[in-house]
Design a protein around this ligand. Structure first.
Ligand SMILES: NC(=O)c1ccc[n+]([C@@H]2O[C@H](COP(=O)([O-])OP(=O)(O)OC[C@H]3O[C@@H](n4cnc5c(N)ncnc54)[C@H](O)[C@@H]3O)[C@@H](O)[C@H]2O)c1
Length: 352
């Protein structure tokens, strides 16, 4: 039986991790923890046989020797502090993406995990998506030939989250659409390429559509409970565009939490010299065969990637295996975000 604590009972916790963990055998959640007690209580009410206690101070869970592992599902800047405290208290940690608000702090977290000899997995859940896995197998088997370019589109319409709150405050989130959505897409790109080393990157980040927060009009405001246009901050990217060189292939991308273009376009194009693929984010993909000139949708069984990633974390605790989402394997994605923001700030290409 694995004894866990869940720290942070907001959206990703309630929509994905509690439901996923409830499907996994041999697990008890000794503590559901949130600064806002009612959010933790709501999880206990929903999963009365799984969740045992409600707390607001995560240090109570860290002091409990029965707790073997914790899930850190809080806003980005708190990932660092809670994860470091948990590792030092001898716990294994699953920490949501991004690792935290900067590359340097991410490296410190990786070093602490090594020092404490604990598993520290990061929630780049798409690495457990069956469609991404199928595509990676095809690339690794040579079916696309040499992959020379990947293009990522992560563009919504008017959908800045929680304007003025945690998501749009750089000191809390580390950035806007790039660190929030871009991490998933660029991490998939680097994962598909397989251990590509970064060479240089060029990027421009924009904060345009909610410069005057009070007059911003939107179609969709997720995280609306954290919105604060009266007293809050919006100092992060709502649109981003960039170009990346690696030692294997180049990557280009456009991302928008908000833009004055209506269609929502969430996909990744992988261009190989034998074939290409368009992966619809979180869904299936179309493969174009450069020989037959036919397009097809390769068959695979879609899975629940959150159950897969949470199960992989719990198994890694027993096996000690440093899986594909062990922190060391995600540092390159954090480095990429760091370099892209540096390029945008400096308004020039940034060499790694
Ligand atoms: N993997 C994914 O696809 C995915 C999707 C959404 C969010 N996320 C990540 O999950 C994290 C949380 O995002 P969210 O949308 O659930 O945010 P949220 O604001 O809905 O939830 C965060 C919760 O953490 C709580 N919290 C903050 N500080 C705390 C502390 N010190 N102790 C205990 N609780 C604390 C807040 O009260 C809040 O309820 C973010 O890092 C985000 O990037 C990942």
């Amino acid at each position: 039986m694995k004894t866990l604590a869940i720290i942070g009972c907001g959206r990703i916790a309630s929509l994905q991790h509690f439901p996923a963990i409830s499907q996994i055998e041999g697990v008890r959640i000794k503590y559901a923890c949130d600064l806002i007690e009612s959010k933790a209580q709501a999880m206990k009410d929903k999963y009365p046989t799984l969740v045992e206690n409600v707390i607001t101070d995560y240090k109570i869970a860290l002091a409990d020797e029965e707790v073997e592992a914790v899930f850190v599902l809080t806003p980005n800047y708190m990932h660092y502090t809670i994860t470091m405290d948990a590792l030092r208290a001898g716990k294994h940690v699953f920490c949501e993406k991004p690792i935290t608000v900067s590359y340097d702090l991410s490296v410190e977290m990786a070093e602490e995990a090594k020092r404490q000899n604990k598993i520290l997995n990061i929630g780049v859940c798409n690495r457990y998506n069956a469609g991404v896995e199928k595509l990676k197998n095809m690339i690794d088997n040579g079916e696309l030939g040499k992959v020379y370019h990947i293009y990522c589109s992560f563009r919504g319409c008017r959908s800045i989250p929680g304007l003025g709150g945690d998501f749009t405050t750089k000191s809390v989130s580390g950035g806007g659409v790039l660190i929030d959505w871009g991490i998933h897409f660029l991490d998939i790109a680097l994962y598909l390429l397989g251990n590509a080393n970064l060479v240089s990157a060029s990027c421009d980040a924009y904060c345009e559509l909610a410069k005057d927060m009070k007059s911003y009009k939107y179609k969709n405001m997720w995280a609306e409970d954290t919105m604060d246009v009266e007293n809050g901050t919006n100092d992060v990217d709502d649109f981003i565009s960039g170009y990346v060189r690696t030692d294997k292939a180049s990557i280009s991308f456009n991302g928008a939490w908000a833009q004055n273009i209506a269609p929502i376009e969430m996909y990744i194009d992988i261009l190989g010299d034998k074939g290409g693929a368009r992966l619809q984010y979180g869904e299936d993909f179309e493969f174009f065969d450069g020989d037959t000139l036919e397009a097809s949708k390769p068959a695979f069984e879609m899975n629940n990637m959150f159950i897969a990633e949470d199960s992989a974390f719990l198994q890694a605790i027993d096996s000690g295996e440093k899986t594909k989402t062990y922190i060391d394997n995600i540092l390159q994605s954090m480095l990429l975000l760091d370099v892209l923001y540096k390029s945008s700030d400096a308004k020039k290409e940034w060499h790694v």
